[in-house]
Design a protein around this ligand. Structure first.
Ligand code: ADP
Ligand code: MG
Length: 365
């Protein structure tokens, strides 16, 4: 039998990094935008060259990074956001595993330019080895904040790179809708998103204006017409928390608040397809297929032929769900999901019944 040996450290790093950046372009962009939001940015500019194949560059006006952190920035499992496993229960930042920059270092040419309030515009450009170890720093002017540049994603994983190139149209469309979700949910943050195609001019894909409301953000992203048929989604209910794993404080009920916007449940006022349905838990964009199904089901009992526009942010206690389920943190495990869905349906039906001109399908003539 051949000997069992540990995989070389460098290779382990590359193998695992491919998993963190599981979704290629989407994961890379998502991680970087989340870092900017975690750094309290109020302006985030995302620039793609050749749809991100050549370059993804994110510039924010956030806190910036202090020199004592330069050498730890891209080391695996180094984070400023969480110290212990118990902290996970209360995590309110988007990031917490300290894996993104380290993974991007292993998969691309990554460099960071940053300046903090005290030193701007005298910033520092930081370069790293593939392992995430600091390679060099040099002086480079930069306003307060951080620019992260990712060149040639998957440069050393030829199969992943080719797959990304083959599917770039679809992948890019997904990235843009990802960014739209953040741009809508992050009030007070101005988003600007550009692409620079290989033989064309730099084009603005969309932008928001640091608005105070998600409604204004929706108008910036999808156009003012998108607001015409929307009603405020504002559900407030209590649900039983019988099976909660984390129910250590022995509370039997949980307060749930769902806020956002939804199409009026009136025939002709929905959308042809369920193409604009954005779900969040405490402002974290995520996939909530069961919640989506419940909302669509209720909507269909008023409007059989169309689907609603949905922007729904579930505001839950941080102990009521677990985000540490999938590498991209988009899958969220909701404790007591069945109870939540039941209460949600009742509460949404009430909202629709009380909104003007709505008639459940069975009663329509
Ligand atoms: P995580 O977000 O899980 O902490 P990352 O690898 O994404 O891990 O980032 C590592 C650390 O680098 C962060 O904890 C943060 O301190 C710092 N950082 C990354 N991006 C930025 C940014 N845009 N502005 C300020 N600090 C940043
Ligand atoms: Mg992060």
């Amino acid at each position: 039998m051949s000997q069992i040996k540990a995989i070389e450290g460098r290779s382990v790093h590359q193998i695992q990094s491919g998993q963190v950046i599981s979704d290629g372009l989407c994961s890379a962009v998502k991680e970087l935008v989340e870092n900017s939001i975690d750094a309290h940015a109020t302006s985030i500019e995302v620039k793609f060259k050749n749809h991100g194949l050549e370059l993804i560059e994110i510039t924010d006006n956030g806190d910036g990074i202090t020199p004592d952190n330069f050498d730890k920035l891209a080391l695996k499992h180094y984070t400023s956001k969480l110290r212990t496993y118990e902290d996970l229960e209360r995590v309110t930042t988007y990031g917490f595993r300290g894996e993104a920059l380290s993974s991007l270092c292993a998969l691309s040419n990554l460099f960071v330019t940053t300046a903090t309030a005290g030193v701007a515009p005298k910033g520092t450009k930081i370069e790293f080895h593939t392992s995430g170890v600091l390679k060099s720093t040099s002086v480079m002017s930069h306003p307060r904040g951080t620019t992260v540049s990712v060149e040639t994603l998957f440069k050393n994983l030829p199969v992943r790179k080719q797959e990304l190139e083959r599917n770039i149209k679809r992948e890019f469309a997904r990235v843009v809708s990802f960014l739209q979700a953040y741009a809508i949910v992050c009030v007070g943050v101005k988003f600007t998103v550009y692409n620079h195609p290989p033989n064309g001019k730099k084009t603005l894909l969309f932008s928001t204006k640091a608005n105070k409301t998600t409604k204004e953000n929706i108008a910036n992203v999808f156009g003012a017409k998108a607001l015409a048929n929307l009603i405020p989604l504002d559900l407030d209910f209590e649900m039983t928390a019988s099976n909660s794993i984390l129910n250590r404080n022995r509370d039997d009920t949980r307060k749930v608040k769902i806020i956002g916007h939804i199409s009026r449940p009136v025939v002709g006022e929905g959308r042809q397809a369920p193409d604009r349905q954005l779900f969040f838990v405490n402002s974290r964009p995520c996939n909530l297929p069961q919640v989506a199904r419940a909302i669509n089901e209720v909507y269909k009992s008023y409007n059989l032929t169309q689907s609603p526009f949905v922007f729904a942010d579930l505001q839950l206690d941080t102990t009521a769900y677990d985000v540490n389920v999938s590498p991209d943190k988009r899958t969220i495990l909701l404790h007591d999901q069945a109870n939540l869905l039941e209460s949600l349906k009742v509460s949404l039906t009430e909202l629709f019944d009380n909104s003007e001109q709505t008639v459940p399908v069975g009663i329509q003539s």
